[in-house]
Design a binder for this molecule. Structure first.
Ligand SMILES: O=C(O)CCC(=O)C(=O)O
Ligand SMILES: [Fe+2]
Length: 311
């Protein structure tokens, strides 16, 4: 059992002021970029403030999200709603420790402006469109910093990986209060299969990540977004940036909401290390997704990048 380290106040997730990236002062821009790169390699996780997304948009998103999840189960799982993306629990679970006590909508960006996905939730559409565009902007800004820090041209990177509206997605999460047992996860430990993820959580808390072999809780900060490195950036950077395991703990009394934006490349993008000697074999995003799905189906879990290690 891994002890929760920051219960005794040892370590707090870095908070980075993104205003630095926009500064006229070159030194301030370089300092901010360096903080992002260091946090990505030492933590694989960080928080950003002054990210440019208005508090109004964040609170509108939360309001719409709550209304959506308040709908009946039969309505949420109705054919057509948000691209049939409603999921609850873990269909592949074989034991309590691989079951996630949560429900979610998992919406590809390509479907976000599609009127036919919304039914009576028409005001959700406008908010999601604006939210996705705002998150995409921050995600690309961070990707640019991380790519330049690897000594690569960002334009070339974007040319190679062509973000795809059908592979980037938003996930709306709800974690109902779970009175059954404190052992049950809201979301089981996992790494994200993308370049990077940007999360907006409410004030309930429950997200934890591994740092130096210990679980660290992310204390809610109402002004911050949480950023984490995904498997693809770890492979691309040849393990310089870390895709670390994280999980959501269940809460016996309070429900919790979060929204995650996943920055993904097109399926045919080749993910190859920018450094020598490469730790992983080259793979396309389609191959990676297929392997993750196959492992979940056959073994009930994801093995992720370890499947692509060079022998
Ligand atoms: O809700 C959270 O805090 C984490 C969500 C997450 O890790 C995910 O959706 O991949
Ligand atoms: Fe995640």
């Amino acid at each position: 059992m891994i002890k929760l380290q920051n219960e005794d106040g040892c370590q707090e997730l870095p908070v980075i002021d993104l205003a630095g990236l926009m500064s006229k002062d070159e030194g301030a821009r370089a300092k901010c970029a360096s903080e992002i790169a260091v946090a990505s390699s030492e933590w694989g996780f960080f928080q950003v403030v002054n990210h440019g997304i208005s508090p109004k948009l964040l609170s509108q998103m939360r309001k719409e999200q709550i209304e959506l999840f308040n709908a009946s189960f039969s309505r949420k799982s109705t054919c057509g709603l948000l691209n049939n993306s409603y999921r609850w629990g873990t269909p592949t679970a074989t034991a309590p420790d691989n079951f996630s006590w949560s429900e979610a909508f998992h919406i590809p960006l390509a479907k976000i402006s599609d009127q036919s996905c919304y039914g009576e939730f028409s005001s959700l559409r406008e908010v999601l469109v604006e939210y996705a565009a705002a998150m995409q902007k921050v995600a690309r800004q961070l990707a640019e910093v991380l790519i330049k820090n690897l000594g690569q041209e960002f334009e070339e990177f974007e040319e190679m990986i062509k973000y795809d509206e059908s592979t980037c997605f938003l996930r709306l999460n709800r974690y109902p209060a779970c009175e059954i047992s404190p052992e049950i996860y809201g979301l089981v430990p996992h790494t994200d299969s993308d370049f990077l993820t940007i999360l907006h959580q409410d004030q309930v808390g429950g997200l934890q990540l591994i740092k130096d072999s210990k679980w660290i809780a992310v204390n809610p900060n109402k002004d911050a977004l949480i950023v984490n490195i995904g498997d693809l950036f770890q492979a691309w950077s040849n393990d310089l940036y870390k895709s670390v395991e994280h999980k959501v703990m269940g809460n016996p009394k309070m429900e919790r909401f979060s929204v995650a934006y996943f920055l993904c490349p097109s399926y045919d993008s080749l993910i190859k290390s920018c450094r020598q000697p490469p730790i992983y074999t080259n793979f396309t995003f389609a191959q990676y997704r297929a392997k993750v799905h196959e492992d979940s189906r056959l073994f009930g879990r994801k093995f992720g990048l370890s499947r692509f290690l060079r022998s």
